[in-house]
Design a protein around this ligand. Sequence first.
Ligand code: CAA
Length: 380
Amino acid sequence: MNFKLSEEHIMIRDAAREFAQTELLPGVIERDNKQEFPDELVNKMGELGFMGVMVDPKYGGSGMDTFSYVLIMEELSKIDASASVMVSVNNSLVCYGLEAYGTENQKEKYLTRLASGECIGAFCLSEPEAGSDATSQKTTAIDKGDYYLLNGTKNWITNGGRAEIYIVIAQTDKDKGSHGINAFIVEKDMKGFHVGPKEDKLGIRGSDTHTLQFNDVKVPKENRIGVNGSGFRFAMKTLSGGRIGIAAQALGIAQGAYELALKYSKERKAFGTEIGNHQAIAFKLADMHTEIAAARYLVMKAAWDKDQGNNYDLSSAMAKLYASRVAMEHTVEAVQIHGGNGFVKEYHVERMMRDAKITQIYEGTSEIQKIVISRSILRD
Ligand code: CAA
């Protein structure tokens, strides 16, 4: 692995940093309070090429590597994890899935719009009774000849209200288990598709999360992704890449909180000196610095594996497991270092602590990552 960033990597990282500082930072507390995120900011991320980072330019993407993607994710997440989850879902779960497994027609019709930022997508796997146990899909898609009839409910869908294009995983043949599952492209205007109320969340409150309802939605046959019965493997492969994005998000949240804690430690005085001069604070900073660096190397390794064409199921699960733990533990420490100020919104770290929690839950809980990791090491 080469740890030296190329000129292109530095350019894209700096562009993301600049955007995060000038455009995301000013309204981040208000967006978190109001649970909103203006379309203009999403459009700007599209204009900067953040919505289809790894997609071939012939389909409207930026044609960059996974390394660039994690650099962008880290920079955005340092300031606003609500923005970065929209980017992550659109890139890793929607654009990647379509580019890797979609037909030429699907790519032209849907991927070009998603990758260029013209519209945003959502990935619908989770259900009221199928979260971690993803093969237990209750949503059904019955083959009716030239269309599938889609019925069911999806839960906790990121971009659920904002998206125009949805990738929906559904069961087509219960008897075949994970081989009786397919992935479909659903458009927001299809009859029978309903967006439920927005969830009131602990963190990433700027991003919208909804329950979705599918009542006799007629999905054209040509909107099935991949060969019949490949939907579960499609979801698993797509999520492996998604976990790199969420690991980078966790890394960014941790890094953002660390930078604020470090700055505060050099400014705030107690017992006649800056608090960073007290060993209790200095040792916390030392742990943060070390463990965030370790998380970064795991994230880079997973991105590198993907860029090299290596299998990245294991490295992405390791990166997500570790980076999300680091994000959770060190945002708590960042609040502690800030003392009373850490408990008020103005200082940002309490939001980061709330935002960090979801990185241990979505795109596979930490317990699921341990299943993936342990199965992999016991098998090899
Ligand atoms: N690549 C290819 N195939 C895979 C695979 C992978 N990474 N993982 C599993 N498969 C295949 C298996 O080989 C198996 O195929 P065969 O039957 O041919 O042998 C089939 O899929 C079933 O696999 P398992 O027997 O391993 O299935 P399982 O029921 O034990 O589940 C699991 C495995 C890892 C626990 C999986 O269910 C899982 O990852 N669950 C978590 C789901 C998840 O991440 N949800 C997040 C929702 S999306 C989200 O959060 C997005 C958002 O909005 C931010």
